[in-house]
Design a binder for this molecule. Sequence first.
Ligand SMILES: NC(=O)N[C@H]1NC(=O)NC1=O
Ligand SMILES: [Zn+2]
Ligand SMILES: [Zn+2]
Length: 440
Amino acid sequence: MTVTETDHCDFGGKIMVLDYGDRVIMPGLVDIHVHLNEPGREDWEGLTSGTRAAAAGGITTVVDMPLNSFPVTTDVKSLHQKVEATKGKLSIDIGFWGGLVPANAENSTALDELLKAGVLGLKSFMCPSGINDFPQTNSQHIKAALPVLAKHKRPLLVHAELPQTISSEDSPSTHATEEPLRLEDPRAYETYLKSRPHSWENAAIRQLIEVGESTKKGREAEGASIHIVHLADANSLSIIQDAKSRGINLTVETCTHYLTFAAEEIPDGDTRFKCAPPIRNAKNRQLLWKALMDGTIDSLSSDHSPAPPQMKLFDEGDFMRAWGGISSLQFGPLATWTYGKQRGITLNHLVRWWSTRPVELAGLNLKGSLEVGRDADIVVWTPNESTKVDDEKKIYHKHKATPFFNMTLDGRVDFTFVRGQLVFSQGTFSDRPCGKPILV
Ligand SMILES: NC(=O)N[C@H]1NC(=O)NC1=O
Ligand SMILES: [Zn+2]
Ligand SMILES: [Zn+2]
């Protein structure tokens, strides 16, 4: 039987047989790094538009970052506000990361309460976050939080860039950060790239590995883990591999944009590509793919972090002042398939990076598999078809600007089910949002 629009969401208790021919039926994908920005910044993205875009991309669960909503999710009250804001808006299920900031880092009672209230773990920044109400943490803060996370067996996700003085390797002379770049062309991507060199990621990761010693077996933070979000720097892979082999509880994700684009191909002034850490060169991209294939990188995410067009400064094309954040939620899995296929990936890789590993990392025990007993979160798609991203009406993000525009991606997402309910069907959505907040 073919599914029709009237079947959306609710099959009315009937048992139906759905024959999808030779399409692929897979566990729904899980994006554990998105910024949907509601409540408070719904002009940047939103729970309705964001979860629709995700469903259209074959994603059945997202985990929302503690920023850039307002308030940021750093205490129980703000978590409740976020949960409250989801009512009637979710096409798919959503979990939440809590924020680790200087104000709560050394207050184990406050962190304990936040974890008990149901966040899946905590997230912090080692550099300015771009949002004043979400200040960065230092290694002391991280060290203090790990034992509390250990008690709950939860991860700390870290934006791992530690601002360094820009060295001669990156710039002809040694100066304070950004100072030497003041006179360089802000429309050139190269200028932005130089402002956040590899050394920032490398320094942060070294510090994290040091602090992460406490997560080893028998140490005071055993049970906690550290998850490096959006790794862009392939130079740091060897220290990551070494740390993992020494028993530090460390995992790593990279994002679709680092696997798809290359610095040297980014047009001048095209701030759709601005994100942090920056997209690096094609050689680096190839090393990220290799690390993904060999398991040094555990999982993928979108780091969907859009902002209103006026903050992306499209007219000026000023990379140094534009908002850093890429809009991509709907396209992550298909982009992975497109560029992975050229490198020999299989459907199993896709499920591992976009379902199995993210679910393990986030402790989403009911998600990520078609096993009996788990939620019936399912994507039905056609790998041999293609999707041309050229129709704004079919981009479901709140804002349509995305670096994936005009690309032809391999694969087409046809149907998405959340807990057995059809939420996306060949370009239409259930008009009764059936997603739920997940609190653990
Ligand atoms: N605040 C925020 O969303 N920042 C994100 N954007 C980005 O490109 N990297 C980030 O960490
Ligand atoms: Zn980040
Ligand atoms: Zn992010």
